[in-house]
Design a protein around this ligand. Structure first.
Ligand code: SF4
Length: 570
């Protein structure tokens, strides 16, 4: 039996009239049926996904996709069609029907869901309102495609192993009409709708990490649940060997070094790809990463950031809000003050902590401590970026002057530090410092692109060719905790070999392959370590904290200010 639907009209059933639809103006894009599902769940979710084009493929979303991929026919007697792409300009919607089936009577639309159903008064299975709306939308699409009425839709809930029936009657059509109209209104507005009033709804929302509803509720409900995840969902794939090639095989990245060395990594386990030096990445692999919203970042072999690809097109409203906010000088100077304060305080706390209980070291850094404190006192009254830059520079000079006192006596003199040299690094310590800051730069870039902000528009650093100002801004928060501290700790533990881990060239020092791998491991381990964020009170990995600070920065101009740059070393 053919599984193609037949479209001959059924004379016993009358078709709904054309006037019942809600035809949009000719140039208005159609609304995705899945977006109507989101709209029914939460208007803010609809707005984030459809207007700001922020979509997160978390574990349940992957599982949902697998469910749809795995659907198998279960009724050999029925005419059936699966994954059927349909659209209607009359209704102004488009979407992909999971399955449509007909045995003896009219066609029935099937929608498959992983979760549980709702229950009626007699425990009978019922569809959730958002699933119901989605199923009705597919039914009217099918109706128009076939020229036949589709009076019923069914939603299959796999966790309960039950099917809920949905009547495609006039009341359901009217609800659909209103939802489509509301979707169009929301698409035209420039501000995010408020968070859902029921915090339990947020628990199952794939965008809770992006939306951060707890921040918005904090004032009214200080004990709201926290949704921001403490750990990363994926890992960074670092490709270090210049001979390596990253290619694609289905939903997997394949890293080949030569014919004998081949490593496969499922894309769902990866949160970004960082290519060090001249390894190759195929177009197919870049497409796979882009499809899953995974950035590919290129660094030089010395750790200097070169470029990124990230599928973050669209997001126009988000960018417009950023441009508007960061075009305001008062906003910029206030944010810059908070940022520099956080950085200088971290430097001070690290020097204090590193010399605690060591009288000779403490007295050696006492003048530096006083100078940093003095710079901090003046920060609050700084009224221009130049003044802030000057104070930050003074504090940095004293910090780097005091930093050698944190190295233990067992650290060989070749690894000591006697002042900052950048391009090129002239000693081993500066080589390590620069390489780690390069890794930090790529990690901050990843976080900014993942959140969807424009890295070229910052509030403190001036535009220059080598780096994005917003990346440089946010790096200031993390230089001490994410690299200076683990680096000094690793030196004190004797983890670096002065010969094997470095390559000395005339006038500069590079990391060798083994040195680079050690630095990558140290940095990635640090990203996995947790610290308590003062605002949420949560212990977060540093990888998550990077992202949280970017999101809190965005909240400064999206109606929930006052939480950015509050993290401090203990
Ligand atoms: S987290 Fe809550 S408020 Fe935010 S989009 Fe999801 S459901 Fe809506």
């Amino acid at each position: 039996m053919s599984n193609r639907p037949r479209s001959e009209p059924n004379s016993s059933i009358t078709m709904p009239q054309a006037s019942s639809a809600v035809e949009p103006p000719e140039d208005e894009p159609l609304v995705r049926v899945m977006a109507l599902h989101a709209l029914s769940y939460c208007e803010r979710l609809f707005y984030l996904e459809e207007v700001e084009e922020i979509r997160v493929a978390d574990a349940p979303v992957y599982a949902g996709r697998r469910l749809h991929d795995d659907l198998l026919p279960d009724d050999e007697q029925a005419s059936e069609r699966r994954s059927w792409e349909l659209s209607s300009t009359r209704w102004g919607i488009f979407g992909k029907v999971d399955a449509a089936r007909r045995r003896d009577g009219p066609w029935v639309v099937y929608e498959h869901k992983r979760g549980r159903c709702r229950r009626g008064p007699n425990k009978e299975p019922r569809a959730w309102p958002s699933d119901q709306l989605q199923a009705v939308a597919y039914a009217v699409l099918l109706e128009e495609e076939l020229g036949q009425p589709v009076p019923e839709a069914r939603v299959r809930y796999h966790r309960d192993n039950v099917t809920a029936r949905v009547a495609v009657d006039e009341a359901a059509r009217e609800e659909l009409r209103q939802a489509i109209q509301r979707a169009r209104e929301l698409r035209a507005q420039t501000t995010r709708p408020p968070v859902h009033e029921n915090e339990r709804v947020c628990t199952g929302c794939s965008l809770k990490v992006v939306c951060l509803p707890e921040e918005e509720r904090l004032e009214e409900r200080p004990h709201s649940p926290t949704f921001f995840p403490a750990n990363r969902e994926g890992q960074t794939l670092h490709v270090v060997s210049p001979k390596a090639q990253v290619s694609r095989s289905g939903e997997t990245l394949v890293v080949r070094q030569d014919d004998s060395q081949r490593q496969t990594v499922p894309i769902r386990l990866v949160d970004s790809v960082v290519v060090h030096g001249h390894a190759q990445v195929t177009t197919q692999a870049i497409h796979l990463c882009a499809h899953h919203g995974i950035g590919v970042h290129w660094l030089t072999a010395g750790g200097r950031f070169k470029a990124s690809t990230m599928n973050s097109f669209g997001r126009v409203q988000q960018r417009l809000r950023q441009y508007e906010a960061l075009s305001d000088e008062t906003t910029c100077i206030n944010l810059a003050r908070q940022l520099v304060h956080a950085k200088v305080e971290s430097q001070l706390r690290y020097i204090l902590r590193g010399t605690r209980g060591n009288e000779s070291a403490r007295s050696a850094v006492q003048t530096d401590i006083e100078r940093i404190r003095e710079a901090m006192r003046k920060l609050d009254s700084a009224q221009s970026p130049d003044t802030l830059l000057g104070l930050e520079g003074l504090a940095a000079k004293s910090y780097f002057a005091g930093l050698p006192q944190l190295l233990s006596a067992s650290v060989p003199s070749e690894l000591h530090f006697s002042g900052r040299t950048k391009r090129p690094p002239r000693d081993r310590f500066n080589c390590l410092l620069g390489f780690g800051y390069g890794l930090l730069q790529s990690a901050v870039t990843r976080a900014i692109l993942a959140v969807g902000l424009e890295p070229s528009l910052g509030f403190y650093h001036r535009p220059r060719s080598a780096a994005h100002p917003l990346v440089l801004d946010l790096m200031e928060l993390f230089r001490v905790p994410l690299w200076d501290m683990p680096l000094v700790g690793s030196l004190n533990r004797g983890q670096w070999q002065i010969e094997d881990d470095f390559e000395l060239r005339p006038g500069h020092v590079w990391l060798s392959d083994t040195g680079r791998k050690k630095a990558l491991t140290l940095f990635e381990q640090r990203l996995e370590e947790s610290a308590k964020h003062p605002h949420t009170g949560q212990a977060l990995t540093y990888a998550r904290m990077l992202e949280l600070e970017v999101r809190l920065l965005e909240k400064e101009w999206t109606g929930c200010p006052g939480h950015f740059a509050k993290f401090r070393l203990r």
